[in-house]
Write a protein that binds this ligand. Sequence first.
Ligand code: TXA
Ligand code: MG
Length: 347
Amino acid sequence: MDTIIKEVNKNNIDQAVMNEASAILKEGGTVAFPTETVYGLGANALDKQAIGHIFKAKGRPSDNPLIVHIGDIKQMDEVALEITPIAKKLIDCFWPGPLTVILKKAKKISTHVTAGLDTVGIRMPNHPIALQLLKTSSVPVAAPSANTSGKPSPTIASHVIEDLKGRVDMIIDGGNANIGVESTVIDATGPQGVILRPGAITLEMCQEVLGENGVTIDPAILENAPKHLTPKSPGMKYTHYSPKAEVYIVNGEKEQIIDKIQRFINQYEGKVGIMATEELLENSKLPYTISLGSQEEPEKIAATLFKTLRDFDEMGVDVVLAEAIEDTHIGMAIMNRLTKAAGYKYL
Ligand code: TXA
Ligand code: MG
């Protein structure tokens, strides 16, 4: 399949490209586009066959449901059976933005999108190109992250091209996805919100809106979750975000971490990459390092996390040692992705 690749300036959007991409979506094709979190691979959520193309292009397990994206709040009727009071509060505060709400699905949404569930994830993204594309096409667009299943999500177009060129109809190159980790997924069907996947809309932010007891976290996604718990979000049970290299998390005090890394390097014969914050790397003489930036700016760490994991593959390292960061606010999303990339292995 030939893939059309078009560059679009998010501050001066070429409507002709939006029309072309919308036509492809309406004809049942696939279009990768930037959002504020990561790039998505979109298809018409009302077209079963088009949904099939997404699963095929990504090599995605068929039991992992897709998020439906809308560009106008009026489309909620088409997608959700009802908007619960919790969903209403969250939507009012955080849309458009990096938050996906899970609600009972409307009839029109096929179970191909929801992988057989009677609920659907819905998000209105906050990115001018994504919003313009959604408005122009006026259909709800199912869009998982635009990576090959299992790889880190793409935050720049070249990563999408690497994974999906020749497998999708169109890729819109709209520059960097600024947030860098996927949206927060929150189950809003019940009396209490349940975070199924942490993201840039943090637990603390949801607590402010829903009250301290108005929101919890799916216990199955926490670091030391008992093995018998299955995550409520099907996507969370897969190994994910993995570079080719094996990843280990290194935690502890600064000196302890450096010591653990040094000892590992001394006894390991392959090439070891280090992914750590500025604070850890200063004055340390470690090889093959990529700085994540400062611990004081976790948003910046999130923004480059997936690119860094892919960059280590380019460097051809065999093992990546990743410094653990504080597990609060957006740090919770970062550690969730990192521990999954590491398959929960610690040094
Ligand atoms: O930021 C994002 O959310 C990006 C951009 C493109 O919007 N999309 C994204 O989609 O990350 P994806 O498919 O890579 O991740 C969707 C996650 C998966 O973990 C999936 O299992 C979960 O959302 N999910 C979708 N529908 C669900 C449902 N009805 N119930 C529970 N989890 C659901
Ligand atoms: Mg994904």
